[in-house]
Write a protein that binds this ligand. Structure first.
Ligand SMILES: *Cc1c(COP(=O)(O)O)cnc(C)c1O
Length: 411
């Protein structure tokens, strides 16, 4: 289906229904103002061109109206994000809220949803989870008086493999079901790019009354998700990676509808309080009966504004088409790497998002050369280069040109 020829890439771009989106983003360039190929949307997505206008608007409201900007505008600002965010993760709008930063939200969600008993207290995670997840989970265990050695179950890849087998996750759930309180995984592993079967894992865990949460940092805006239908309990993601909302942009949270009458533990603040009576400053907390009930502080408007730009583009594109293109774009990258560099080992399995991780022993120098040639990707110690073509702002010709750079340097 794929061909090694720039004409093939150009034809694909010609037939790509999302090709028009490339021009809706700013593309970076090098010191000599020569455009670079940006394959780092898995780390920080590019800036939509509409961001400055949207930010400018809020600055103007602040300039001209001061605190009166709150009225009918900033107070409900985060609500504008609920529908398009829900479309990104396959949720009802009431199940989604944008707030805080990702690791903070993970802690807030664990405070509510990790509810260990003396018998059922263990947490299953994937071996090689993103460090912040490891720290967060370990500190939550400690907070409840457990230690990692006893209470943390890390599902590992089989010897000689980088990839965790799905059946090994399901086995770990079944085998430890009477002791496990929570399974918490990255939907896509940040390093290997492996996409986990969230539907199957959730179904298996639910058989044993195990709570299921996902870190969707590498999924949101990348792959299709159906969190509501799958019956996932909670999830969180950042919006500066695939979602292109800018450095440090606020995070998204999903809390399944079945938990909206929450009576369990929760760290609370005034922004989670019933909106009707919030400004009457009551002393008793009366939660909003939706994901918004987990909010603590008022929303960072200037941080949120760029997310409106990028979610508009996602609404235009639809996740279905974004995913379809992501599969093809990444498949083309894999095809060219295999064709040009048969000796290079590709870690990323077939089940993945828009990322290919390759293993290059002692590859730091080569990585620097690749960057010098104008392909922006990233290096993860000790030997991994992550290359991520983004379905919104990258083209098939980008993939072709990137593969030529990789070929020239790694051959
Ligand atoms: C990017 C990423 C984070 C980042 O956490 P912040 O709190 O936003 O700094 C956390 N977890 C995973 C899996 C990530 O990929």
């Amino acid at each position: 289906m794929f061909k090694i020829a720039s004409s093939f890439a150009e034809d694909e771009d010609g037939n790509d229904p999302l090709n028009y989106l490339r021009e809706k983003f700013y593309h970076p360039f090098d010191k000599n103002k020569k455009p670079v190929i940006y394959f780092c949307g898995n780390s920080l997505g590019l800036q939509p061109k509409s961001v400055s206008d949207i930010l400018e608007k809020e600055l103007k409201v602040w300039q001209e109206r001061g605190v009166l900007g709150q009225e009918n505008r900033w107070i409900n600002y985060h609500e504008k994000l609920a529908v398009p965010s829900a479309n990104i993760v396959g949720a009802k709008p009431s199940e989604v809220v944008i707030m805080n930063a990702l690791t903070i939200n993970i802690h807030l969600l664990l405070v509510s949803f990790y509810r260990p008993t003396n018998k059922k207290y263990k947490i299953i995670i994937e071996k090689g989870a993103f460090p912040s997840d490891q720290y967060a989970v370990e500190s939550q265990l400690k907070f409840h008086g457990f230690n990692k050695k006893d209470a943390l179950i890390e599902v590992e890849p089989q010897k000689g493999s980088e990839i965790i087998r799905e059946e090994d996750i399901l086995k770990a759930i079944k085998k430890n079901s009477s002791e496990v309180a929570l399974i918490y995984l990255g939907g896509i592993n940040y390093l290997t790019g492996q996409l986990f079967n969230m539907k199957g894992i959730t179904a298996e865990a639910k058989k044993y009354g195990i709570v299921v949460g996902f870190n969707l940092a590498h999924c949101a805006g990348n792959v299709e998700l159906f969190l509501h239908k799958w019956g996932v309990d909670f999830a969180s993601w950042c919006s500066y990676k695939y979602l292109c909302a800018g450095p440090g942009a606020p995070s998204g949270v999903f809390v399944h509808e079945k938990h909206h009458n929450w009576m369990g533990p929760r760290f609370t603040g005034w922004w989670g309080h019933n909106k009707e009576s919030r400004f009457k400053m009551p002393s008793k907390f009366d939660p909003i009966l939706s994901a918004e009930g987990w909010q603590i502080s008022n929303a960072p408007i200037l941080g949120m504004a760029p997310l409106i730009s990028s979610l508009d583009l996602y609404e235009l594109a639809t996740m279905e088409k974004v995913r379809k293109k992501g599969i093809k774009l990444t498949g083309y990258l894999e095809f060219l790497i295999k064709a040009y560099l048969p000796k290079i080992s590709i870690i990323t399995p077939r089940k993945r998002g828009s990322q290919i991780s390759i293993k290059v022993q002692n590859g730091r120098k080569a990585f620097k050369k690749i960057m010098g040639k104008g392909l922006i990707c990233d290096w993860r110690e000790p030997d991994v280069i992550r290359i991520s073509p983004h379905p919104m702002f990258n083209s098939f010709l980008d993939v072709y040109n990137a593969a030529i750079i990789l070929k020239d340097i790694l051959k």
